[in-house]
Design a protein around this ligand. Structure first.
Ligand code: AFP
Length: 345
């Protein structure tokens, strides 16, 4: 049964497979240990002032709560004990260079979705593990396809670690009785077909036409070009959306939009989109900006944003088709507008 395999046994087997594997396994083990401490901290909520109240802004201007800072410190404490060539975090202005002889670099978002903490919703830690380049100044300018491993932890009803080591996606859930992560799902696969879409619909007036056309197709359901009814979700927590897609398929969109500062969307390439894209593709899905495959991209700056459309490959492909073909957008939109007088041009 999958529930018997412990994470540390899984990592032990992997660590013997390649020269960098031992370093990758040690980093994942450290992140898992840090996650248990973070989960305990979040779990106390306002009892221990582990609230989501904002205390300021990080180096990139994002609102920051005390738990963002505490989670960042916990991860850096555990990872700091390992030989790591370069470390980067959403809460750090610049990467921190370390052991020049180390084989790996690690980037992470210590607490994604932290604006959900006060409403007791699932938040998470996202991480990306890369090979250490000869020139460490290039550590976080590598293409997403260079990643050796990627994963995220959900702090929700379960504390679960979603992990890819480059050979499929496995999910481990923390077992408080035995104080260890246990395998609950192996070789996770995302269905090609899509029954659910996730986007923050309040931004509709700011979207580019291809995104608006895709969402309108979903809303038109069996009455429109998709000839299929969809459900909609928006949790406001990337890790929760990703976990749902890994569980029952679907598509997540955080596109660029016309709001100031959202010309490249909201999500960061290095420590959000790259790791999520590796996980989604390893599970048989797709991850795109709408025009380019996320894993083909390399960051020009550490906190660079990128549009992210990820999940069931049929849906991601449809969004890409709409981005490539303005005539298709027009043909999709016209009947929808005509049929739905509210949008009559
Ligand atoms: P926070 O970490 O500031 O809560 O942002 C979470 C997030 O980066 C991602 O997890 C969500 O999918 C997305 O932002 C929600 O963005 P909106 O609040 O604009 O819907």
């Amino acid at each position: 049964m999958t529930g018997q395999l412990r994470l540390d046994d899984h990592l032990q087997r992997y660590s013997e497979t390649a020269p960098h594997a031992l370093a990758v396994a040690a980093a994942v083990d450290a992140i898992a240990a840090a996650a248990i401490e973070i989960a305990d901290l979040i779990g106390t909520g306002d009892i221990a002032d582990a609230s989501g109240l904002t205390t300021g802004r990080n180096s990139d201007g994002d609102l920051q709560c005390n738990l963002d800072v505490q989670a960042d410190a916990i991860l850096r404490r555990y990872l700091g004990k390992l030989p790591i060539a370069a470390l980067a975090s959403e809460e750090m202005r610049e990467p921190q260079l370390g052991d020049r002889d180390a084989k790996i670099c690690v980037a992470f978002d210590p607490l994604d979705g932290s604006s959900n903490i006060d409403i007791n919703m699932t938040v998470g830690t996202i991480f990306s593990i890369l090979p250490a380049p000869d020139d460490l100044a290039l550590a976080f300018h590598q293409r997403g396809s260079a990643q050796l491993a990627a994963g995220f932890v959900t702090y929700g009803p379960q504390t679960s670690l979603v992990l890819t080591l480059g050979d499929g996606v496995d999910i481990f859930t923390y077992d408080r009785r035995s104080a260890g992560f246990r395998l609950v799902r192996s070789a996770v696969q995302i269905s090609e077909a899509c029954d659910e879409f996730a986007i923050n619909g309040s931004n509709r007036r700011h979207w580019d036409p291809p995104v608006r056309a895709f969402v309108d197709e979903c809303l038109a359901g069996v009455d429109g070009p998709a000839n299929h009814d969809f459900n909609m979700r928006w949790i406001g927590s990337l890790v929760a959306e990703a976990y749902r897609i890994l569980t029952r398929g679907g598509v997540f969109l955080y596109p660029s939009d016309a709001r100031p500062g959202y010309g490249d969307g909201r999500l960061r390439l290095t420590y959000e989109a790259h790791p999520m894209a590796m996980i989604i593709e390893q599970a048989g899905g797709s991850a795109s900006t709408g025009r380019e495959r996320i894993l083909e991209l390399s960051a020009e700056s550490l906190h660079q944003r990128v549009p992210l459309i990820m999940g069931s490959s049929n849906a991601v492909q449809r969004v890409a088709e709409l981005h490539c073909d303005p005539l298709l957008v027009a043909s999709v939109s016209a009947p929808l507008f005509a049929r739905r007088g509210f949008f009559r041009l």
